[in-house]
Design a protein around this ligand. Sequence first.
Ligand code: ADP
Ligand code: DP6
Ligand code: CO
Length: 332
Amino acid sequence: MDGGATAVARAHSNIALVKYWGKRDATLNTPAVGSISVTLDALYTDTRVTFAPDLAVDEFWLAGCRSDATRITHVLDLVRGYAASMGLPTAGLNAVVSSTNNFPTGAGLASSASGFAALALAASGAAGLALPARELSILARHGSGSAARSIFGGFAEMHAGTAADGSDAYAEELLDRADWPLAVVVAITEHGEKSINSTIGMNESKASSPFYQAWLDSADGDLAEMRGAIHDRDFTRLGELSEYNCLKLHALMLTTRPALIYWNAATVAAMHAVQGLRAAGVSAYFTIDAGPQVKVLCRPGDAAAVQHAMALVPGVHEARISALGPAAFRLE
Ligand code: ADP
Ligand code: DP6
Ligand code: CO
């Protein structure tokens, strides 16, 4: 195989401050609400893609184990479509995809975000395409909604969009990480996979929670306030709004039938520990995705104290300090 048919990319995970939960269109994987996130330097995925003529099907290897390639093939089919429109020979080829996450998979640390952002960049590169960031973001979104944001570093906003073809449902950078260095302490309370994945969970919330309409109706207000907090570099406003939006999401999850209870005892203890830090004068705020892990937003100078406090919480296995991360990039 000539070198043009292989590419390797790294993309970093992200944590939403204003969260995505619910789909406008399940086939296009367009979100029902916009979202704003920070990309995390400490958590990332490396993905190698090779298009080759001798493959009967697409192969997906995750951490060395052959894994279900359904969602991978969905993204690769879009890449092959682009390649066909450019007359590239990769349009007719299957691919081998090998990926590793440097953090637990499917556990609420956004492996689908870094995973599909890395796939979008590596697969389009291996196919011989140089897609602009907006197209990469749309491609990543087809794999996982949160992945649209992991194409970008620093602070990113995902637009819900209104177009019937999903062409305006992409993310873009709001602020470079160098323009407002923040830290995130990632408290890991469980390494195993969640029992209900995000895709299924959010579809169930849409179908059954009486709070779902209120979630949709209040999203734009939270997004506008978060944009303002980021623009003004107002950490207190960013932190308070992140906690509020996180707890609103979990109220939606808890009122889904059957209930989505992503927390464990250590998750709750960590939330109280963050409130304790604030009472002691440390400016720190929690946020939690679809899983039991707690991410604590703080200023870089407070990160060591926050890490120490989180590591002392019973049930916290590990507390990692992360800076804000870069955009997805090519390793090869
Ligand atoms: P998470 O909280 O980790 O994002 P999700 O339920 O959203 O959990 O997604 C988990 C799924 O994401 C996995 O079952 C797998 O299908 C996909 N995934 C995880 N890591 C990767 C990766 N490196 N490359 C491609 N897909 C991945
Ligand atoms: C709670 O992006 O994992 O982390 O689009 O179905 O793959 P799919 O869902 P996913 O959902 C993320 C949900 C969240 C909030 C967020 O990251 O915005
Ligand atoms: Co996910």
